[in-house]
Design a protein around this ligand. Structure first.
Ligand code: GLY
Length: 321
């Protein structure tokens, strides 16, 4: 089998304000370019997705690494996962702080006998692996601080936030804010697929809250036999729907295309559980799926010498590179 390599990324689904659109588009195009170059350099899809996500973890336009949103008590708690579609090995971390690149820590977990490390244990691995430890507060941006202040004001006004929204509370439901997460899916010429996803979670989350992003089957899934998916959106909803896995099951068992499966799964999830989400998919034959039920989601992919990108519903722009 010989396929065209692709690196596909997203920069988070949500109610993204207009003034953040250009910055996000620049960031996803850069991440796709960096991931693609890495794939050309090492030929390893895991390197490609890790590098693409690392680029967005350093970019304050995204809710991951530097720029992560804050917990209800004003701290950063990050999560990430990475998966190898050839072996189904995965590395996942949660409740990590004061490092730039949770995705690289997640990849280090793949070297242990485990799939998932959280909190102190994950931070101990970071130290053992020589990952740079930052000063407390170094990842906190003004944008994240303001978002938390707005969230607190909303709480005082009695607005419901996502984390406490229950099924059936549609009339009280407030689809507000950027539920950014960043993610990347890559395929090489032999059909090897890898996926990486990283996030700061949701503004105002309770300390200790775990979302969808580090969960295999919810935020991330990769299987060379079917495809790879990275999701973004409201974690409490996505994890109950196992969104990444649901998309791949539609491809595998219903014969849907990557685009149909991604769109149908996101829509069915939002219809049933209310919360919004987006997902990016590459199937085993290198077909791409991109869909979101939120207002916007920045995405980009590089294939051959063409960059494809967009952020609005039904927008698909291209640019020769
Ligand atoms: N998908 C990001 C979160 O809810 O944590």
């Amino acid at each position: 089998m010989s396929l065209e390599p692709i690196v596909l990324v997203h920069g988070g689904a949500g109610d993204i304000p207009r003034e953040r659109v250009e910055g996000k588009l620049e960031g996803v195009r850069l991440a796709a370019t960096i991931g693609y170059r890495k794939l050309q350099e090492t030929g390893n899809v895991l390197d490609a997705v890790e590098e693409a996500v690392r680029s967005m973890e350093l970019d304050p336009y995204f809710n991951a690494g530097y720029g992560s949103v804050l917990t209800s008590d004003g701290n950063v708690e990050m999560e990430a996962s990475i998966m190898n579609g050839a072996t189904l090995r995965a590395g996942c971390v949660s409740l990590v702080n004061d490092i730039y690149h949770p995705i690289s820590l997640a990849r280090k977990v793949m070297k242990t006998p485990h799939n998932f490390l959280a909190g102190d244990g994950a931070m101990r691995l970071a130290e053992q692996e020589g990952i740079q430890k930052l000063e407390p507060g170094q990842l906190v941006t003004d944008y994240a601080r303001i978002a938390l202040e707005e969230w607190r004001e909303g709480q005082l006004r009695g607005e419901m936030e996502y984390a406490r929204t229950e099924i059936g509370a549609k009339n009280k439901y407030k689809d507000k804010g950027e539920f950014g997460t960043v993610g990347a899916v890559a395929i090489d010429i032999e059909g090897n697929i890898a996926v990486a996803t990283s996030t700061g979670g949701i503004t105002g989350k309770l300390p200790g809250r775990v979302g969808d992003t580090p969960l295999v089957g919810a935020g991330t899934y990769a299987d060379n036999r079917v495809g790879g998916v990275s999701t973004t959106g409201h974690g409490e909803t996505i994890m109950r729907y196992s969104l990444a896995h649901e998309i791949l099951k539609r491809i595998e068992f219903l014969g849907q295309s990557a685009q149909e499966a991604t769109k149908n799964s996101c829509r069915s999830m939002t219809e049933r559980l209310i919360g919004t989400a987006g997902a990016i998919t590459i199937d085993f034959e290198g077909r791409v799926g991109i869909s979101f039920t939120s207002e916007r989601m920045a995405w980009a992919y590089l294939k051959g010498n063409t960059m494809h990108y967009g952020i609005e519903q039904d927008q698909h722009l291209t640019q020769r590179v």
